[in-house]
Ligand binder design. Structure first.
Ligand SMILES: *[C@@H]1O[C@H](CO)[C@@H](O)[C@H](O)[C@H]1NC(C)=O
Ligand SMILES: *[C@@H]1O[C@H](CO)[C@@H](O)[C@H](O)[C@H]1NC(C)=O
Ligand SMILES: *[C@@H]1O[C@H](CO)[C@@H](O)[C@H](O)[C@H]1NC(C)=O
Ligand SMILES: *[C@@H]1O[C@H](CO)[C@@H](O)[C@H](O)[C@H]1NC(C)=O
Ligand SMILES: *[C@@H]1O[C@H](CO)[C@@H](O)[C@H](O)[C@H]1NC(C)=O
Length: 346
């Protein structure tokens, strides 16, 4: 008989897992394209603007063509919210893409991964800004720029750097890619990982040559409190944008994936200072520990209550089977428990 309650518990556990999964699972704001051919049907998910077009075989999206002042953009059509799920959790995101920028006689701006605030006209190209974006008070954006143009106006260090910009092309933080032995406009394929962890408000950028592994340490790391900067839970859009200025620099995107996940907002007002990466890591570990602990207690509680309730239900069920061995109910019904207990005792 011992196996009977065990299997009931197992079934109950399965039901519970299924029931609670939607609360823990990621929202559907994710996609992954290894190429952009017809069978990937990327058009239902991504929108192309400006000169952006799919290369004939679908192997890439060409954002800028070999023409002066060519500008192009690819945007994920679904708006993303800062908060999601029940109970409300902060939304974190991760994106990966691979791209190349050809060298030109002159340099274009390069490429930017952009988080457009709600109301930003994503189809607008501004040739007075960079990457086709408006350096503006009107339109807010967060971007990670892969800058191939040394622009004194914005205090650029050189024509080969990656920077984090907040509605302004003077980067909050930037790093010299030559030091990492990466060349943006080498024509070679490069890959990028950008992660925004909402519980720590941390944006991390990693980069490597195509085919290499994801680096352990980020190239750039910046504290950005997005939900605070854009306080309403409005939708934001993500995209890749490029402007070649008056060069003939080509910019191609070969693959792009993006996903969001919801994480509990346990952050109180602990100020984190990511200036020293080491220090940042310590903080990260601390936060995870806290999360883990609370999550463990919560899930233990949920499973405990669930098992308790359904366990006693199962107990009652078993009790009714054996306590009422000779019920006054129809024959067919009365037979069933007898058959069950026979097959189980074998
Ligand atoms: C899934 O996507 C659809 C449309 O893209 C949206 O209306 C819906 O709210 C999303 N569901 C979740 C759980 O995010
Ligand atoms: C399109 O891409 C898929 C993989 O994403 C691949 O299996 C398929 O062969 C490609 N089709 C063409 C016509 O290139
Ligand atoms: C272009 O940008 C510069 C500074 O970034 C600004 O001074 C100038 O007024 C802008 N021009 C136009 C036409 O918006
Ligand atoms: C960037 O790194 C390269 C290679 O080490 C170096 O030659 C160059 O001076 C650096 N530029 C800046 C602005 O630090
Ligand atoms: C075009 O290139 C020339 C030469 O490098 C430069 O002087 C000029 O400012 C550029 N024009 C624009 C709009 O970027």
């Amino acid at each position: 008989m011992a196996s009977n309650p065990t299997s009931i518990y197992f079934i109950i556990l399965c039901i519970f897992t299924l029931f609670f999964k939607p609360l823990i699972a990621e929202s559907n704001s994710s996609f992954s394209f290894q190429n952009f051919n017809k069978s990937s049907s990327f058009e239902s998910v991504l929108a192309l603007y400006g000169d952006a077009k799919v290369e004939h075989d679908g192997s890439s999206i060409q954002l800028t063509g070999p023409l002066e002042s060519s500008a192009g953009r690819v945007i994920f059509k679904n708006p993303i919210k800062f908060y999601g799920g029940i109970p409300k959790k902060l939304v974190s995101f991760s994106t990966y893409f691979s791209f190349s920028i050809s060298s030109g006689s002159r340099n274009g701006d390069g490429l930017a991964f952009v988080v457009f605030s709600d109301g930003y006209p994503v189809d607008l190209f501004d040739d007075n800004g960079s990457y086709g974006l408006s350096n503006g008070d009107d339109f807010k954006f967060l971007s990670v720029e892969f800058d191939t143009l040394m622009d004194d106006k914005y205090g650029d260090m050189n024509g080969n750097h990656v920077g984090i910009d907040l509605s302004n092309f003077v980067s909050l933080k930037a790093t010299n890619l030559s030091l990492a032995n990466l060349g943006l406009d080498s024509g070679n394929r490069l890959q990028v990982w950008i992660d925004y962890e909402s519980s720590s408000r941390r944006l991390e950028v990693r980069m490597s040559k195509f085919g290499s592994n994801r680096p352990v340490d980020p190239l750039l790391l910046q504290q950005i409190d997005l939900p605070k900067i854009w306080p309403d839970n409005e939708g934001f859009f993500v995209g890749l944008s490029s402007f070649n200025r008056n060069s003939s620099q080509l910019c191609n995107v070969y693959s792009w994936s993006f996903k969001t996940r919801q994480s509990p907002d346990w952050m109180h007002s602990e100020p984190l200072d990511p200036i020293v990466i080491k220090e940042g890591k310590e903080n990260e570990i601390k936060i995870h520990k806290k999360n883990d602990c609370v999550m463990r207690v919560l899930s233990a509680l949920i499973v405990g209550i669930g098992l308790g309730a359904l366990g006693s239900f199962a107990g009652m069920f078993v009790w009714t089977l054996f306590a009422k061995r000779r019920p006054v109910s129809p024959e067919e019904y009365a037979m069933k428990p007898v058959v069950d207990s026979k097959s189980l005792s074998k």
